[in-house]
Structure formats: C-alpha cells, structure tokens
Design a protein around this ligand. Structure first.
Ligand code: PMT
Length: 287
C-alpha cells in the first residue's frame, strides 16, 4: 500500500535510543526523507526499557498537530507562527501577584486566524479564562520569565512571532516564601525589571517580529519609539485608554506601523481584526 499510494506518507518512529542512533536507522530515515516521507519526532526522554535519550514516539496529540500542518492550505500554509497572549503574573508571595487586565482575547483571535490561514501555530499564554484553540501547540505560563523561555524555544524554528501579551515590566525583587503579614499604614515592595521578551526574540532569532504597543496617550509616537527601540519589523498601536476597545473588550481598533507606513484598522471585532492584520502582514511584507 505504501509503495502504491499517492497520499502524503508520515512516520512517527518509536524505538530505543541506541537503535535510533544506529547507522542503519540513520541511513534508512535519511532515505525515507529523500523519498518524501515526513518524519514526525521522535521525542527524547525515559524509554520503556529504562534507557534515556531520543527515540520516544511523540505524544499522540503532537502527532495529530504535526499531521494537520501537512495538509493545510491558505495564505500562511507552511509557516510557523508563535503568538503570545494574555497577562503575566508576577508573584509577591504565595497568595498575591502583580498583573494587568489582559483577557487574552486579542492574542487568541490572532491564533485562531493564523490556524484558519493554514499556519502551524504555537500559542504561549498567561492565565486567562478562555479555552485555547484546537489545532495549536499550547503552552501555559505565568511569569514573564516563563513566557520568555517558552517564546525563545518556540521561536527558534518559527517564521513569524507576534507579541500580543501584556507582559509585566517589573517583578518583585524577591518573592516572600510566606504570606506577607499586614504591617503599618504603608508598605514598600522593591521591583526589578523583567526581560523584554519581544526584543529578545527580535535579537536572537530570524523571525519576522511584530509587537503591540498598549498606550493611553501619544499612541502613535510611543508605538514608533517601541518599534525602533525593540528592533521590530512592525508594531500594532493599541489605544487602551478607552473602554470599548483594548483590554478585555470584544472589539479593537489599532494601527499597524512599520518603518515606512501606517495602516489604520477601524473598530471591529477582535476575530475580524486578527484576520485583517494577518492579511495585511502577508501582503504588505510579502511573507
Ligand atoms: O488581551 P486583551 O484583553 O484582548 O487585550 C489586548 C491587548 C490590549 C493586551 C493587546 O492588544 C496589546 O496591546 N498587547 C500589548 C500589551 C503590552 O504589554 O504593551 P506594551 O506597550 O507594554 O509592550 C510593548 C510590546 O512589548 C508588546 O508586544 C509586549 O508583548 C512586549 N513586551 C513588553 C514587556 C516585556 N517585558 N516583554 C515584552 O515582550
């Protein structure tokens, strides 16, 4: 059947690490790849025999995800997009944290639109109340540091990185091990700067990198400043001083800003806006 089928053929190997490393396996896998067979995995880890190393079959949901990307069509088919969404939470003690009002709706809408357009999507999300889209690689994180680690890992082989997350700029200099007790009338908490995720991805990867700029005044000029300072390909300026758009709203109104142009997207649902943003990105930047 394999020799006769015109279908795309994919193999998800599962074997002991020494078998996977054996010259016979290396040559056979390479021959299969030359003949167009797609190899999914294998993963690394503890094996049934107790050995540790590469050769574990990928998890079934990862295999399904990878198979899906072989059959997708659309403007972003064959592209890997990494999207960050939602807020980060920076712990102060075991029961309290610093965060913000991001609901994740904008980032999740971008993930849905990218999947719809055929992309292989990794969604990295802070804590939100919405279910992740099906057919994406989903990583749940809490802190900015965790979001940075997940972003760098996912972006290493990605084509496009879109940072819709509202990342806390600062975290507590030290996280109290026990609940902080009520003291006098005032309390001071020392904060230190978090890593800048989108700037680090722009610096360390070959991705086309798009940031968001959430501003309450001088929206375009602050956004342009961030575009340059973080060395991004484009930035989406979002006025978050209004209640009907921005944080936690169903709709949004933004401007796409790059080195030589500005495109205004008037108010519309986040789902529609996400589709329109991706279409503009693909057309305008020939991605
Ligand atoms: O989630 P919703 O409720 O739908 O709301 C959507 C949104 C308003 C959160 C979204 O549209 C938005 O504007 N996201 C960016 C929020 C933000 O943190 O903006 P900023 O101007 O502070 O940061 C600029 C860019 O740097 C952003 O792409 C941000 O993800 C990134 N950043 C910021 C700080 C940091 N330490 N690391 C970062 O990567």
């Amino acid at each position: 059947i394999h020799l006769a089928t015109p279908a795309i053929v994919a193999v998800a190997p599962a074997m002991n690490q020494a078998m996977w490393a054996h010259a016979a396996s290396v040559a056979n896998i390479s021959m299969l790849q030359e003949r167009g067979v797609r190899i999914i995995g294998p993963d690394e880890g503890i094996q049934a025999c107790g050995d540790v190393g590469p050769g574990r079959m990928q998890q079934p949901d990862a295999i399904v995800h990878n198979l899906g990307s072989l059959f997708q069509t659309g403007r972003l088919a064959g592209k890997k997009l990494v999207i960050t969404a939602g807020p980060t939470r920076e712990a102060l003690d075991p029961v309290r944290y610093i965060s913000n009002h991001s609901s994740g709706k904008m980032g999740y809408a971008l993930a849905e639109a990218a999947i719809e357009a055929g992309a292989n999507v990794s969604l990295i999300s802070g804590p939100v109340a919405i279910a992740p889209p099906e057919r994406c690689q989903f990583t749940a994180v809490e802190s900015a540091q965790q979001m940075l680690n997940a972003s760098l890992e996912a972006a290493a082989d990605a084509d496009i990185f879109i940072a819709a997350a509202a990342v806390a700029d600062y975290r507590a200099s030290s996280v109290a091990e026990q609940k902080i007790k009520k003291q006098g009338e005032q309390i001071s908490i020392s904060l230190e700067k978090n890593p800048d995720i989108v700037a680090t991805v722009a610096q360390q990867t070959d991705c086309f990198v798009v940031g968001f700029a959430a501003e309450t005044q001088d929206v375009e000029s602050y956004a342009r400043d961030k575009l340059a300072r973080k060395n991004l390909h484009a930035i989406i300026a979002n006025d978050v001083s209004r209640g009907d758009v921005g944080f936690n709203a169903e709709d949004n109104e933004v401007s796409w800003i790059d080195a030589d142009s500005t495109k205004v997207f008037s108010k519309r649902s986040k789902a529609q806006l996400a589709r329109d943003i991706l279409e503009h990105m693909v057309n305008h930047h020939k991605l």
